[in-house]
Design a binder for this molecule. Structure first.
Ligand SMILES: Cc1cc2nc3c(=O)[nH]c(=O)nc-3n(C[C@H](O)[C@H](O)[C@H](O)COP(=O)(O)O)c2cc1C
Length: 247
């Protein structure tokens, strides 16, 4: 019970931070807006999406139709659809000149956008199966690795939720907590999780617009997910996932 009560405080705004100065307040440099790309990595340009990807453009119809979908067709996703879903969730529309902040289709506390988007790609037009990362600043993908038995490993990493391995692509959002901590210190973690909800809700609505389905996933194995996207689990770790496919 003590543990539960301790965690409840995390949801409130009553943080005792009178004696804490954030790194930003102390004049420390801002962390990078995006993780760097390894030299020589394989970069994939994402195509511009157009009207042709939409089967619904009416906001009411998209909101009314939204449901968590767990039964998927074995059907390929087009690269333009993926391009739209990535833009809708993390795409960068504008960057401030001094690299101070980015503005995207999703809101983020203080425009910190403390996430990276990884993709477990199973069946997307023109892309080999494997693990990728979205480069939001340039709207590209970077190919990270092939994984033998990716479907089974994805299912294990999501505690046996077998629809994950049947998706065309699964979005895996990691958090880089220092991007929020730099400004908001101990109050940042609540805001970062609220931010994550906004991202996934945009994915739900965007999926509805292109005739695909998704399902938010917060039940996952931390170590297995982190290992599949090669993050250290301390300065970057998985916080949320969402498989996407035609249904
Ligand atoms: C934060 C969050 C975590 C969730 N985690 C899972 C999950 O791990 N597995 C799953 O099948 N559904 C998960 N869901 C989906 C919910 O079960 C679903 O939203 C709920 O049953 C209501 O159904 P609806 O989304 O179709 O309205 C999650 C939803 C949210 C918002």
């Amino acid at each position: 019970m003590d543990k539960i009560m301790g965690n409840r405080i995390f949801m409130k705004s009553e943080f005792d931070r009178e004696d804490i100065l954030s790194d930003q307040e102390q004049g420390l440099p801002q962390p990078a807006l995006q993780k760097p790309v390894a030299a020589g990595a394989e970069i994939i340009e994402l195509p511009k999406f157009d009207e042709a990807v939409f089967i619904k453009t009416d906001v009411y119809a998209c909101l009314k139709g939204r449901r968590s979908r767990r039964k998927y067709k074995d059907q390929q996703m087009s690269l333009k659809e993926l391009s739209f879903l990535l833009w809708a969730t993390q795409g960068v529309d504008r960057k401030m000149d001094n690299n101070y902040a980015t503005f995207r289709p999703v809101a983020s506390a203080g425009a910190r956008h403390p996430f990276e988007t990884y993709l477990w790609i199973f069946n997307v037009e023109g892309l080999k199966k494997g693990v990728y990362r979205y480069l939001a600043l340039s709207h590209q993908l970077v190919f990270l690795k092939e994984v033998e038995g990716l479907e089974e490993k994805a299912n294990d990493a999501t505690l046996g939720q077998l629809f994950v391995g049947k998706s065309a692509v699964t979005f895996v959002w990691s958090c880089v907590p220092y991007r929020g901590e730099w400004r908001y210190n101990i109050t940042s973690h609540k805001a970062m999780l609220l931010d994550a909800g906004h991202i996934c809700q945009n994915l739900y609505i965007a999926c509805e617009a292109v005739g695909s389905g998704t399902c938010a996933i917060a039940a996952y194995d931390q170590k297995l997910c982190d290992a599949l996207i090669d993050v250290d689990g301390t300065d970057e770790y998985t916080v949320y996932l969402a498989p996407v496919a035609k249904y």
